[in-house]
Design a binder for this molecule. Sequence first.
Ligand SMILES: Nc1ncnc2c1ncn2[C@@H]1O[C@H](COP(=O)(O)OP(=O)(O)OP(=O)(O)O)[C@@H](O)[C@H]1O
Ligand SMILES: [Mg+2]
Length: 286
Amino acid sequence: MNNNAHSTVSDVSRAPGEKEIKESEPMVRVTNLVKSFGTVVAVNDISFEVKPGEIFGLLGPNGAGKTTTVKLLLGLLEPDQGEIEVFGLNPEKDEILIKQNIGYVSEEPLIYKSMTPRMLFDFITSLRNLDPHETTEKLRYYLESLEALEYYEKLVATLSRGNKQKMQVIASLIHEPDLLILDEPLTGLDAKSAKVVKEIIELHTERGGSVIFSTHILEVAEEICDRISIIDRGKLVATGTVVELSKMANKIGADLEDIFLKLTHQDESVQKIIKNLRNIMKNNKK
Ligand SMILES: Nc1ncnc2c1ncn2[C@@H]1O[C@H](COP(=O)(O)OP(=O)(O)OP(=O)(O)O)[C@@H](O)[C@H]1O
Ligand SMILES: [Mg+2]
């Protein structure tokens, strides 16, 4: 067990507007999770908890291990070591029960290329045993909010990247799950649609739902997440609110970019890269 790299602070201070998360049984508890692919340790001794009503960010650069963590939580991959509890259940034993109450947006765009969104949603409605009338009402509301009603009957293969993503987001919501697991959910969305999806996520947590939000985009994590775990090369570097993370990095008042670079020990190397780039580009001046 290696807890050295995982810093926490005890004095919890909230920034203005930061919401209070109630202390209660976590929706998700991950303990000392390890997953390797051959010699690559994709997830290396990661532990965190997600509370009801919380938007929990998994933030890290490309290849950090975010998607692998998400797939372990969903039972799509088996861990080498460690424990996972979702709603107090084990994903390997209670996969169906857990999946009934999770909405998942994968990082790949919708794969059901020869279906229309209507066919896909009908399929989900029957699979999840949802009330068809109620679900159609909900679908209309979501499709209208995301300006995607006109694509309802079009083949998924013919939809743009962003419109496919909207359908994937809607598909994750229609059964009103307690937990949303969203892997880069804003990918491909225009500013207005991204804003609507962020609003939907907020409303979901106001009803007591939780969100695991995986992203490599610092601004998005800073804007939307109540707490963030920074993951770097499979290791969990730190977990906390932006205020807590800034304290850990001795960078109070700094933006998440500076905090992130400090906590992942990349601040000096970035300065060096920038300096080298400046020199090269100056010397190549026409
Ligand atoms: N099926 C696989 N087989 C082999 N290696 C894999 C597999 N899936 C992931 N990896 C490796 O595990 C590491 C973590 O990958 P992962 O997809 O979890 O990263 P990520 O944080 O989601 O990155 P991104 O921001 O690019 O989506 C990477 O080194 C990746 O190459
Ligand atoms: Mg990923």
